[in-house]
Design a binder for this molecule. Structure first.
Ligand code: 3H9
Length: 686
């Protein structure tokens, strides 16, 4: 039944019990219906419902969403609780989210523990509350608060829920407190559905729709939730409930909800394999290099309580490293994330030095120095000589050969890649690069650090760019080709923003600096396939000193005072280069731009899968969403590809081969999927 029932005098106790977080599935709904009948048959004067363990209830069991809804439906369960002559009290011991909150809102009273949270985060799963949340919340806490909670999926802490009128009290032991409520007082509380809805407020609706256009562009569920709330204001309660339910059921079947559910479960499945050995205890960390990346990694570690020795090559480097971490600490204080005392704690945990012996006891070192093989080998030699012989040595390289770095040490089995993304203390992705000789112990240490830093860990094999940068390189190549052959950086950026990226590829480059791409291209010169088309526009930009936002000009110009403007000189470069190359430029429609950039990435990602660089399509989804801004509500690159359908992708890539057979060489995984009738998510080697 996923719940337990017990009587004590005239009180019925119902405990929701479906570990780990009491998700509400059919068995629990059956149990709740039975509990309503039981309480009435026993003529109790109250039922107290609470949750076993750390949660009250995390909401409807999202694993059930793929199939048809099963009776009894949650809105009917909530109605039965609300309309029962036995009043129910919710003793909210932990999180009450989604359907969990809806059960609580249908109770006559809500008493929360001090650490409880109550929220309706359904939009984060691409649906809206489907068991009365939209209608009951606004009756209890008013229109503004309800819109904020539901449209943005923001839960309230107990203290805020009390202020908002969503709960009646906060008590250390909410079950005990519920038992003490005076029966007469309880009998006088009006059931939520009988309360009048709040008055319409055109300004509040306009403001929330405006904010959603900026913060959640392209997403359907938040706007539909706002519509349901607005329409509900002028409907009878039962009619409004029917509208809410129909909207929930429609969205549940939609692509966005499927994509968001996929991401929710993929993120939680990103865990170390069960058979990995225990990692050594991470008592301290050595970080080598105090530039942007190293400082970000050091800051992330000291923020989570780990002592860090930040190693630099000389006094100037030590000063720069200390300054860089200091800037991050100051920014934390300015944003209100750090108190002055907290900041001091971070500084106390940081030792910046050029003396490697200061890290002599570190069980893990992360090298984040300049991307140069010889520099890295020299650093690894020093780490090899100074750290304990079983210390795990990681490189944060974005593309260099981890096996070559490992081979330069005495014991390559303790070397791996830990590829962070800038800013390292914010970006959730951590690519754990497994070299040919990386031991399970080293791998397990990478996972352990990822867990401490609350990262999403994804294991990648060794190749140029690992999973993410390798796919991203194809994205860049495809965008430059489209630019050269007929488009502009701003049209390409706009197309990708309309697809759901926060920024297009050219604006991203302007932010990171065009010198980075230039260095990568020079490194690839020796190994580039001579048959592959090379687009020289980015090199021209570099020669012109247009290095991006930091110098006021890149693909866009950045005049003083903020903002970016299109630069006709940049558009002319494509005209010139196309002329030199004898290319007749064509104008691309927005959908053609988007299609080419996405197909190029999908094809490369399929190769990444074929070569075992990524272990699953879901891992590629995590990388593209958490590291590269692919819209989460499209479910990641491979999930999106599967919504297009492999046969369609194969057909489109085959058609593009007429233009450039080298660039559009079909990945064997795509043809294999097409032959075997598999999706990319289902693919594994035959
Ligand atoms: C809804 O309620 C719709 C209704 O309005 C209408 C219905 C008609 N379903 O995150 P964790 C699993 S929509 C299934 O690692 P934490 C999760 O997969 C729902 N499973 O723990 C994981 O499994 P595993 C609205 C769920 O402490 C395990 O529980 N509710 C669900 O870091 C532990 O999860 C939400 O959107 C679920 N709903 O965080 C809340 N929730 O062990 C979604 C969790 O196999 N949940 N699991 O990997 C959360 O935000 C977090 O899980 C929570 C706990 C804060 C509760």
């Amino acid at each position: 039944m996923s719940l337990t029932m017990r009587a004590d005098g005239l009180t019925g106790f119902v405990t929701l019990d479906n570990p780990p977080v009491n998700a509400i599935g059919k068995a629990m709904r059956d149990g709740l219906m039975e509990a309503v009948k039981w309480a009435e048959a026993e003529n109790f004067d109250r039922v107290i419902v609470t949750g076993a363990g750390r949660a009250f209830a995390a909401g409807a069991d999202a694993k059930e969403f793929d199939g048809a809804a099963l009776e009894p439906f949650l809105p009917d369960v909530c109605d039965a609780i609300e309309r029962s002559f036995v009043p129910w009290i919710a003793a909210i011991n932990g999180v009450a989210l989604g359907g969990g909150a809806e059960i609580a809102l249908a109770c006559r009273m809500r008493i929360a523990g001090p650490k409880a949270q109550i929220g309706l985060p359904e939009v984060t799963l691409g649906v809206i509350p489907g068991a009365g949340g939209t209608q009951r919340a606004m009756r209890l806490c008013g229109l503004g608060k309800a819109l904020d909670m539901i449209a943005f999926g923001r839960p309230l802490r107990a203290a805020d829920a009390l202020k908002a009128g969503l709960i009646h009290a906060i008590e250390d032991d909410p079950v005990d407190a519920a038992d003490m409520v005076n029966t007469e007082e309880l009998g006088c509380v009006v059931p939520t559905w009988e309360l009048p809805p709040p008055a319409h407020d055109a300004a509040a609706f306009a403001a929330v729709r405006d904010a959603l256009a900026k913060r959640a562009p392209g997403q359907v569920a938040p706007l539909r939730a706002v519509d349901v709330i607005e329409q509900g204001l002028s409907l009878e309660f039962a009619e409004a409930m029917a509208l809410e339910r129909a909207t929930f059921l429609e969205l549940k079947q939609g692509n966005q909800s499927r994509a968001l559910r996929h991401m929710f479960f993929a993120e939680r499945a990103a865990k170390p394999p069960k058979d990995l050995p225990h990692a050594p205890e991470l008592t301290e960390i050595a970080v080598v290099g105090g530039g942007t990346m190293g400082a970000g990694i050091a800051y992330a570690c000291v923020s989570l309580g780990l002592p860090v020795t930040l190693l630099e090559s000389d006094t100037d480097g030590v000063e720069r490293a200390t300054h860089n971490v200091g800037k991050l600490i100051e920014a934390g204080i300015a944003r209100g994330r750090l108190s002055k005392d907290g900041a001091q704690g971070l500084r106390d945990r940081l030792t910046a030095t050029s003396d490697y012996t200061k890290a002599a006891n570190a069980p893990l070192a992360i090298e984040a120095a300049f991307e140069d093989m010889e520099v890295k080998k020299a650093i690894f030699a020093q780490l090899d000589a100074t750290l304990p012989p079983d210390a795990v040595l990681a490189t944060n390289t974005s593309y260099l050969d981890v096996d070559e770095i490992a081979a330069s040490t005495r014991d390559p089995s303790r070397v791996l890649g830990l590829h962070f993304f800038a800013p390292a203390h914010i970006m959730r992705l951590l690519e754990i690069v497994k070299g040919a000789q990386t031991s399970d112990r080293a791998l397990s240490t990478g996972y352990a650090l990822g867990k401490l830093l609350k990262k999403v860990p994804v294991v990648a094999g060794v190749c140029d760019g690992f999973i993410g940068n390798r796919i991203y390189a194809r994205y860049r190549e495809a965008s430059d080709t489209v630019f050269m052959d007929g488009s502009t950086p701003w049209d390409i950026d706009e197309a990708m923003v309309n697809f759901g990226y926060a920024m297009g590829p050219y604006e991203v480059q302007d932010l990171s600096g065009l010198d980075i791409g230039h260095a990568a291209r020079r490194r690839q010169d020796a190994t580039r396939d001579p048959n592959r088309r090379y687009i020289p526009i980015a090199d021209r930009m570099y020669e012109l000193g247009k290095l991006g936002k930091k110098v006021g000009a890149g693909w866009y110009r950045y005049p003083g005072g903020g903002g970016k403007v299109e630069d006709p000189i940049v558009a002319d470069l494509a005209l010139e280069e196309a002329h030199f190359a004898g290319i007749e430029r064509t104008e691309y429609e927005e959908h053609e731009i988007t299609e080419r950039l996405l197909l190029a990435m999908i094809n490369e990602a399929a190769d990444v899968l074929a070569e075992g660089i990524a272990q699953s399509a879901a891992d590629i989804d995590l990388v593209t969403v958490f590291g590269y801004g692919f819209p989460r509500w499209r479910g990641g690159l491979m999930h999106y590809a599967d919504t297009l359908g492999v046969p369609h992708i194969v057909e489109r890539i085959t058609a593009l081969q007429a233009e450039d057979p080298v660039a559009w060489k079909l990945s064997p995984v795509l043809s294999d999927c097409a032959d075997r009738g598999l999706s990319l998510a289902e693919w594994s080697p035959a």
